[in-house]
Design a protein around this ligand. Structure first.
Ligand SMILES: [Zn+2]
Length: 289
């Protein structure tokens, strides 16, 4: 089996140090396993997209010496594939339409999960208003989902009680991240997903969807998240600074250091090529196939 990894940023703003760490981890893991490394732009959420951010991300990755295999996949061009997956789930009776407003859900929900109110399955048990365009929810099975994370060990989540029946297509027509990501991973033959631990709690949902659609599960490895001095995750919302395009080796070494690779001091003044050569050697390729 050939290793296929990927990096999948959302174009909601420029890359910052936190995104660099995630990219470095997935790149080193792929290269240390003689794998391919794909680039996917997760531009599903057009309303949140920042004009020019995709090109800016691509330019920055190139400046840092990342080399991806094949063409860049844009999620905005993949609606047909997501709809096909939704149709398949409809055929299997694993999804149901929901016309509840956010307010109705908060007012009627009795349980709170890790991502807010747990949907009380109202529309599963009643006829829906046919004049409204519905959202589509996944009927979460009443079972524990387990997976072995390459960095964090055995993980388990009871999606039904911790998250609830989650939306995979919104009423406004946007497909949810959870569905898009597993359809793309399957289509691209991704074998290893190395990403930030902020996505750890999404993994069980993705595994349930993979099972429902008959897809194989990639191997997961979640890497530590970079926080700012206030203890917040670096992001556009927390005003993370864009990655500078100069002193590339210095920033690469900071990322290696954050990932506990302990780069030697001379590397900050070496070329980005030298940095990569060193890091790929130093990366613990424990997630070999
Ligand atoms: Zn509903």
């Amino acid at each position: 089996m050939q290793y296929i990894g990927r990096f999948a940023p959302s174009p909601t703003g420029p890359l910052h140090f936190g995104s660099l760490v995630a990219a470095v981890a997935s790149y080193c893991d792929a290269k240390a396993n003689q794998g391919q490394w794909l680039l996917r732009i997760e531009d599903l959420d057009r309303p949140r997209e920042v004009v020019g951010a995709s090109d800016d991300i691509i330019y920055t990755l190139q400046a840092y010496g990342f080399v991806w295999d094949g063409d860049i996949l844009y999620q905005s061009a993949r609606s047909t594939a997501y709809q096909t997956a939704l149709d398949e789930l409809k055929l299997q009776g694993m999804v149901y339409p929901c016309t509840c407003s956010r307010k109705t859900i908060t007012d009627t929900a009795e349980q709170k999960g890790i991502e807010g109110a747990i949907y009380p399955q109202t529309c599963l048990h009643q006829t829906i208003d046919l004049n409204k365009t519905p959202a589509w929810r996944f009927k979460t099975p009443d079972q524990e989902t387990r997976f072995n994370d390459m960095a964090l060990g055995l993980q388990s989540q009871q999606v039904a009680t911790e998250i609830g029946d989650f939306v995979i297509k919104r009423a406004d027509g946007l497909f949810a991240y959870q569905l898009a990501v597993i359809v793309d991973d399957a289509a691209q033959g991704v074998t290893h997903v190395v990403r930030g631990a902020d996505l750890l709690t999404s993994t069980a949902r993705q595994i349930l969807l993979q099972d429902a659609l008959g897809f194989t599960h990639p191997i997961y490895r979640h890497t530590p998240i970079v926080m700012n001095t206030l203890g917040q995750k670096l992001s556009k919302q927390t005003q993370a600074e864009p990655l500078p395009l100069d002193s590339v080796s210095t920033h690469l070494c900071r990322a290696f250091d954050f990932l506990t690779l302990n780069p030697p001091a001379y590397l900050v003044s070496a070329t980005s090529n030298d940095c990569w050569e060193w890091a790929i050697q130093a990366w613990p390729a424990s997630s070999s196939i």
